[in-house]
Ligand binder design. Structure first.
Ligand code: HEM
Length: 567
C-alpha cells in the first residue's frame, strides 16, 4: 500500500532519476520531517541533523554497525575496525588514532609521493601535442592507492626490493571491494551465501581475489620480519610491535587501504570536476596559493597549507555536494524513537544520507545546489559547521580517524597540480553520475586534457563565457606573449577595444595586469574579451594594491593564449 515501496519494488524511480541516491534525495526534500521509510527494506532513511546526532552520539550504543553489514564485508575486511563493534573496535581505534594523529609527518610523505609519482605521470601525459588525455579518476585512484600502501604497509614503490608489483595488489583489491559491494545488491542475502558455500560465480572470484590480497600482505609481513621493522614509521610496523597475529595484522591493514584509498580519490575527482566547471573558484585557489608562497618557492610548507582557508572551504564545499560515502547505515539494537518522532523497530536499519543532506534547503538554504566555497568562510576564515549537519566524515564517537590526513592529502595534490597544469574537461556537460560501489565512483571516469601551464596556459579562457582570475606568478619577472588582442568590457558593459584604448602606461593600483607598454586597463571588475588580431609582449603581474587587499580580479578572456611563460 505504500507508494514509495511500490515505486522501489518496480524500479519506477529509474524513469526520472539516474541513481537511487537522487530519488532518495527527492523524497527526503519533500518529507516534512526529512525522514522516509522504505518498509520493504526495513530501512528508515534520514537527512535530519537532529536525528543524526541522536543516532551517532546520544544513542550511539543502540546503533552499532550490526551483523548484516559486517557479514557482507567480512571476507575482505575480517575483523578490522570498520567491521567490528565493542572492545575490538575500541582497541583498534585507540591504536590507529595514535598513528593518524601526526599529520605533519604524513605531509612530508605525501609531498614525496606527489613529486615522485603524480607529477611525472601528469607531466609525461601533458607533453603530448595539444595536451594529453587522462582519466583523472583513474590517476587519483592509483595515486591514493600507492600513497596509502606507503603509509600503511611502508611500501616504497620506487624501490627495486618491492615484493610484488603494485598493480597485482591494486587489481585484486579492486576486484574484492567491487564483488563485496555487489553482495549488498542481491535480492536476498541467501543468494550470495548459497553461492559462497557452492563456490560459484562472483563468490568464487571474490574468494580468489581475497586470497590474492592476503597472500600479498603476508609477503610484506614476512619481508618486514626479515629486514626488521621496529624503527619503521608505517602503520603495519607499529602494529607488528604489539602483535604477531598475522590475521589481525592483515585485518588492520586492509581497513586502512580501503578507508584511505577510494575516499580520497573520490573526493579529488569530484573536486576537480567542480572547479573545472567553476573556473572562478579555481582561480581564487591559485590566487590564495600565490599570495602565500614566496617568489622562488617550489612547494608549500605544512604551515602554509594550514593557512589556506579558501582551499579548505572549497574542499568542504565539494564534499558537501559529492560526499565520497554517499550514505551510511546502522542497525537498531532496541526499539527507539528518533527526535522527529519516527519509530525505529529493533533489528531494523537506519540510514543517514550525506548526499541528500548536501541538497537540503532546510540545512543549507535556497542556494544549496550551488557550489559556493564562500558559504564556509566568515571574514575570510574557515568556519566549521556542525558535523551532524555535515556527516561526510561521520560524526560522534565513530567519526573518521583519517579526516585530517585526508584533507591534507587532498590539499597537497591540489596545490601541486594547479600551478603546474591546466586541465580541460572532455565532457563538460551534465551532472556527475555514479556507479554502484562502496565509495562514490564516477561512471566512465573523469577524462580531461592536461597540459603544462608553463608552455600553453590560460587555456581556461578558451571559452568566452568562462571567468578567470589572472594571478601574479611567483617568478619575479614574467615574460609573456599572448596571441590575439583583448577587448575590455567595462562594468557598464560598454565595449572598449583594447588596441584602440592604448594611451599611456597603466597605473599599477588600478590595472588588471601590466599589459603591453602603452596599453590601458581599467579598475577592478572589468572584463576582457578576445578579438584575435595581433600579438603583443609584456610583463604580467597583479597589482600590489589588489594583492594587499586579497582581491580577485574577474576577467573574461575569449582567446587562446599560447607561449605564456610563467603563469
Ligand atoms: C575524503 C576522505 C575520507 C572520507 C570522506 C572519510 C569518511 C569516513 C566515514 C564516513 C567513516 C565512517 C564509516 C562507518 O563507520 O561506516 C570513516 C571511518 C574511518 N575512516 Fe575515513 N574517510 C576519509 C579518509 C580516510 C583516510 C585517509 C583514512 C586513513 C588513512 C581514514 C580512516 C578511517 C578509519 C580508520 C575509520 C573507522 C573509524 C571507526 O570505525 O572508529 N579515512 N571515514
Amino acid at each position: 500500500t505504500c507508494d514509495i515501496c511500490h515505486c522501489y519494488l518496480k524500479s519506477q524511480w529509474s524513469t526520472n532519476y539516474n541513481n537511487l541516491c537522487d530519488w532518495y534525495t527527492h523524497l527526503l526534500q519533500k518529507s516534512p520531517s526529512q525522514t522516509i521509510r522504505i518498509h520493504v527494506l526495513r530501512n528508515t532513511i534520514t537527512a535530519n541533523p537532529t536525528n543524526i546526532e541522536h543516532i551517532l552520539k546520544t544513542k550511539f550504543h543502540n546503533y552499532p554497525k550490526g551483523k548484516q553489514f559486517s557479514m557482507i564485508l567480512s571476507d575482505l575486511l575480517g575483523n578490522g575496525i570498520f567491521n567490528v563493534d565493542g572492545d575490538s573496535w575500541l582497541f583498534q581505534r585507540k591504536m590507529a588514532s595514535l598513528e593518524l594523529g601526526n599529520v605533519s609527518n604524513a605531509f612530508a610523505d605525501v609531498c614525496y609521493h606527489v613529486q615522485s609519482r603524480l607529477l611525472p605521470l601528469l607531466s609525461s601525459a601533458a607533453r603530448e601535442t595539444d595536451g594529453g588525455l587522462v582519466d583523472l579518476q583513474y590517476v587519483f585512484r592509483q595515486f591514493s592507492f600507492e600513497y596509502i600502501c606507503r603509509f600503511s604497509l611502508g611500501l616504497d614503490l620506487n624501490s627495486p626490493e618491492l615484493p610484488f608489483h603494485i598493480s597485482q595488489f591494486s587489481d585484486s583489491f579492486d576486484l574484492a571491494t567491487t564483488l563485496s559491494a555487489t553482495r549488498a545488491l542481491s535480492a536476498s542475502p541467501l543468494i550470495w551465501k548459497a553461492n559462497r558455500i557452492l563456490n560459484m560465480g562472483s563468490e568464487r572470484k571474490l574468494k580468489e581475489a581475497v586470497q590474492n590480497v592476503n597472500f600479498l600482505i603476508e609477503q610484506v609481513i614476512h619481508q618486514k620480519k626479515k629486514v626488521g621493522f621496529t624503527k619503521n614509521q608505517d602503520l603495519l610496523s607499529r602494529f607488528m610491535v604489539v602483535s604477531d597475529d598475522h590475521t589481525f595484522l592483515r585485518d588492520v591493514i586492509i581497513i586502512f587501504v580501503l578507508a584511505g584509498r577510494d575516499t580520497v580519490a573520490s573526493a579529488l575527482t569530484s573536486f576537480f570536476w567542480l572547479i573545472l566547471n567553476h573556473r572562478e573558484v579555481e582561480s581564487k585557489i591559485r590566487l590564495e596559493l600565490d599570495q602565500l608562497m614566496n617568489e622562488n618557492q617550489e612547494f608549500a610548507t605544512f604551515e602554509q597549507v594550514k593557512k589556506l582557508d579558501y582551499l579548505h572551504a572549497a574542499i568542504y564545499e565539494s564534499m558537501r555536494l559529492y560526499p565520497p560515502i554517499q550514505f551510511d547505515s546502522k542497525f537498531a539494537v532496541e526499539d527507539d524513537k528518533l527526535p522527529d518522532g519516527t519509530l525505529v523497530k529493533k533489528g531494523t536499519r537506519v540510514t543517514f544520507h550525506p548526499y541528500a543532506m548536501g541538497r537540503m534547503e532546510t540545512i543549507w538554504g535556497k542556494d544549496c545546489k550551488e557550489f559556493k566555497p564562500e558559504r564556509w568562510l566568515k571574514g575570510g576564515i574557515f568556519n566549521q559547521e556542525s558535523p551532524f549537519k555535515y556527516p561526510v566524515f561521520q560524526a560522534g564517537l565513530r567519526a573518521c580517524l583519517g579526516k585530517e590526513m585526508a584533507l591534507m592529502e587532498m590539499k597537497t595534490v591540489v596545490l601541486c597540480l594547479l600551478p603546474r597544469f591546466s586541465f580541460r574537461l572532455v565532457n563538460s556537460d551534465g551532472e556527475l553520475q555514479f556507479e554502484p560501489a562502496l565509495t562514490a565512483t564516477v561512471k566512465n571516469g573523469l577524462p580531461v586534457i592536461v597540459s603544462e601551464r608553463s608552455v600553453a596556459s590560460l587555456e581556461a579562457c578558451s571559452r568566452s563565457s568562462q571567468r578567470l582570475v589572472l594571478t601574479r606568478h611567483r617568478s619575479p619577472s614574467i615574460q609573456w606573449r599572448a596571441l590575439g588582442s583583448i577587448e575590455i568590457v567595462s562594468s557598464k558593459k560598454r565595449k572598449v577595444n583594447f588596441l584602440q584604448s592604448i594611451s599611456g602606461i597603466v597605473k599599477p593600483s588600478r590595472c588588471l595586469m601590466n599589459v603591453p607598454r602603452g596599453s590601458r586597463c581599467y579598475g577592478k571588475g572589468y572584463e576582457m574579451m578576445s578579438n584575435p588580431l595581433s600579438s603583443f609582449h609584456g610583463m604580467a603581474g597583479i597589482s600590489s594594491h589588489h594583492k594587499k587587499k586579497k582581491k580577485c580580479l574577474p576577467v573574461h578572456v575569449g582567446c587562446f593564449y599560447t607561449n605564456v611563460r610563467g603563469f
